[in-house]
Design a protein around this ligand. Structure first.
Ligand code: GAR
Length: 200
């Protein structure tokens, strides 16, 4: 299965996808896209000889219209948002219905929505005094973090003393959960049944 990965920053989830034994000989990352003109994740793409592009209307960036043509010509079956912080335009969502997933570093539908990304999420979880957090992977729709949930895994945070500790525990889970879900997509084992996303 051909996939592309959208990133905005560090790219540790991109690295986890590239390192995953589950995805070897099954999934190929054809390109990496970012809303930024440069970001650390592009360095990961460079090291792995993967093409990378900046998205938007800046110089040397590609437009979302050109993006659709590029994804179609490359026969991309799944778009993975791995730390991508911008809203995906409706036209892209319409073309790739139920074929765009996002990883979120908390247990949705709590601690999601516009402006809830990265450490902001973990700070909110910490302040809430929640005793569990985790990672969620969901289908992407027209608004932030509201699409149907594909998979979640939780982690005990009852003993943490800082938001950073929550971030570290959740990130470990993300790096396992994301390759797992992508491999299930590649196997054709993700279905929508009775309004729920089911891994069969
Ligand atoms: C990850 O923790 C991801 O869940 C989060 O950004 C981080 C990106 O890290 N995404 C969001 O907060 C989206 N709302 P990475 O660049 O090292 O993969």
């Amino acid at each position: 299965m051909n996939i592309v990965v959208f990133v905005s920053g560090r790219g540790s989830n991109l690295q986890a996808i590239l390192n995953s034994d589950l995805l070897k000989n099954k999934v190929e990352v054809k390109a990496v896209f970012s809303d930024k003109t440069d970001c650390p994740a592009f360095e990961i793409a460079r090291q792995n000889s993967i093409k990378y592009y900046s998205l938007g209307d800046k110089e040397n960036s590609i437009s979302y219209n050109d993006l659709i043509s590029l994804l179609e010509s490359q026969k991309i079956e799944l778009i993975v948002l791995a730390g991508f912080l911008k809203l995906i335009p409706d036209a892209v969502i319409a073309k790739f219905k139920n074929r765009i997933i996002n990883i979120h570093p908390a247990l949705l539908p709590s601690f999601g929505g516009k402006g809830m990304y990265g450490m902001k999420v973990h700070e909110a979880v910490f302040k809430s005094s929640a005793k569990v957090s985790g990672a969620s992977i969901h289908l992407v729709d027209e608004t932030y973090d509201t699409g149907k949930i594909v998979a979640q895994q939780c982690v005990d945070i009852s003993d943490v003393t800082s938001p950073m500790e929550i971030a570290e525990r959740v990130l470990k889970i993300e790096h396992m959960l994301l390759p797992y879900v992508i491999s299930k997509f590649a196997d054709g084992n993700i279905k929508i049944i009775n309004e729920r996303v089911v891994i069969v």
